[in-house]
Design a protein around this ligand. Structure first.
Ligand code: UD1
Ligand code: MG
Length: 460
């Protein structure tokens, strides 16, 4: 069955009290709308139309790189039925159309596929959920035979003091699949005769019943899957529920997550066996942790590949980097984009590494900076030493060959090469490349004055 999709994302999201449009508010590091779109994309629809309105330019710009989306603007925003009518315009008549809200981020692709499988040219498919507290939601009204006959919005049931309807716990998730040609026609017949004076999409259900379409329903068990996000409290609650699911799935795969309430994954985290993650760690983008990797408390790790047996000690910040097997990093280390540590490299506290490779066994254990550097095997890089890689206009490269020993507090002024096996004395400023095996000392020569008398305090 040919399936098209309309994503409703034009609403203002007034209750967010934010300048950022509701569908761009982030959940697990991605806009709400990106989550719904990812689920929808799994159905491989013929067309996906996103109805935008409030903050239209911003929403469009956020998804500009996705060529599979068609954007249509709804202005003014006169209700979900009006939004659907605007959205259906570019869709061809054959097949069925799935309608989802841009503010229901955790809907699973399987749920959408199962619902779509129920629909055809003569069957309307509606996703419902029985919830403990249906306040605010549209209610599914069924006849004595259990067939759906209409949806009544909460506000309308209240206005009519319709207690029987208000007592219904089966709610409209706003996710439905309708025969496209029929839906296009039905949408033209909606009227704003309701409590909100809007065109309700839900109004088409009663029409489907009258037109003799079969109304099939599917139900979701897990409320978080269909939860709509309207304010920051719901956003935080959903973030929490989502993170807990990720933690459970990691633990299900054998990862030790010390406290599943204190981990945040904003992207994709892939773990080998026996990975240990201490509390308060944040993983962003694409992070891979090899077998037996240990992540200490309070680390922030973004777009990183960390090989087996590596240990990232607490309070470390890693971004765009590669950490080799058995390497030790931190505590309080910072690996910036382009940092590549080979096997058994040690990066200690208050060491910053940017766009630099460190070969097997190299060590920078304390208070140091390595930028645009190539560091050879077994190099020992002393405390307080830095590569002066930037001349105010351009970046230059420092090469430190294998087995070099750089003392403490050295400044290596790039471009410069320290030859293999060389030693640089503490406190040196090195501006010229050095030969292999050489000792280099680039500092004022020490003088000592024998029996020197310190100044005395003047007598009053
Ligand atoms: C809607 C349903 C309700 C359902 C609930 C589930 C209607 C009339 N009501 O109510 O039955 O239980 O969702 O969460 O459909 N939108 C537009 N243009 C508009 C108005 C809304 O694009 O003119 C978009 C919003 O951006 C949002 C979605 O449609 O993504 C739903 O709108 P919202 O105002 O949140 O509807 P609810 O009151 O939640
Ligand atoms: Mg809503």
């Amino acid at each position: 069955m040919n399936i098209s999709v309309i994503v409703l994302a034009a609403g203002k999201g007034t209750r967010m009290k934010s300048r950022l449009p509701k569908v761009l508010q982030p959940l697990a590091g991605k806009p709400l709308l990106a989550h719904s779109l990812a689920s929808v994309a799994a159905l491989k629809p013929a067309k996906t139309v996103v109805v935008i309105g409030h903050g239209a330019d911003e929403v469009k710009a956020a998804f500009a790189s996705d060529a599979s989306l068609d954007f249509v603007v709804q202005s003014p925003q006169n209700g979900t039925g009006h939004a659907t009518a605007v959205g259906i315009a570019p869709i061809a008549d054959s097949g069925v159309t799935l309608i989802v809200s841009g503010d229901t981020p955790l809907i699973k692709p399987e749920t959408l596929a199962n619902l779509a499988a129920l629909a055809n040219e003569k069957t309307f498919a509606l996703l419902t959920c029985v919830v403990a507290d249906p306040t605010g939601y549209g209610r599914i009204v069924r006849d004595a035979g259990g067939e759906v006959i209409k949806i009544v919005e909460h506000k309308d049931a209240l206005a009519a003091n319709d207690q029987a309807t208000l007592a219904i716990h089966e709610m409209n998730t706003s996710i439905m699949v309708a025969p496209t040609a029929w839906l296009r026609d039905a949408l033209t017949k909606l009227t704003p005769k309701n409590a909100q004076g809007e065109l309700y999409l839900t109004g088409v259900i009663a029409m489907a019943a009258v037109d003799g379409l079969k109304i099939a329903t599917a139900s979701v068990e897990d409320e978080t899957e269909i939860a709509g996000v309207n304010d920051k409290i719901q956003l935080a609650a959903l973030e929490c529920a989502y993170q807990h699911k990720i933690a459970e799935s990691l633990m299900g795969d054998g990862v030790t997550v010390v406290d599943p309430h204190r981990i945040d994954v904003r992207g994709k985290l892939s773990c080998g066996s026996d990975v240990f993650i201490d509390v308060n760690c944040v993983f962003e983008g694409d992070v891979t942790l090899g077998d037996n990797v240990k992540i200490g408390a309070n680390c922030v790790i973004r777009d990183a590949k960390i090989a087996a047996n590596a240990v990232i000690h607490p309070m470390s910040h890693l971004e765009g980097c590669v950490v080799g097997e058995g390497a030790l990093v931190g505590p309080f280390a910072r690996l910036r984009p382009g940092a590549e540590l080979a096997q058994d490299v040690h990066i200690g506290n208050f060491v910053e590494v940017k766009n630099s490779t460190l070969a097997k066994g190299a060590k920078a254990n304390h208070l140091a900076y390595l930028g645009d550097a190539k560091v050879g095997e077994r190099v020992n890089y002393g405390a307080g030493s830095i590569t002066a890689n930037y001349d105010g206009a351009n970046k230059h490269k420092t090469t430190i060959e294998a087995d070099v020993h750089i003392g403490s507090n050295c400044v290596l002024v790039a471009p410069v090469t320290i030859g293999a096996g060389g030693t640089v004395g503490g406190g040196s400023t090195v501006t010229k490349s050095t030969d292999p095996g050489a000792l280099t000392v680039g500092r004022a020569k020490q003088i000592s004055i024998a029996n020197w008398k310190r100044p005395q305090k003047a007598k009053k």
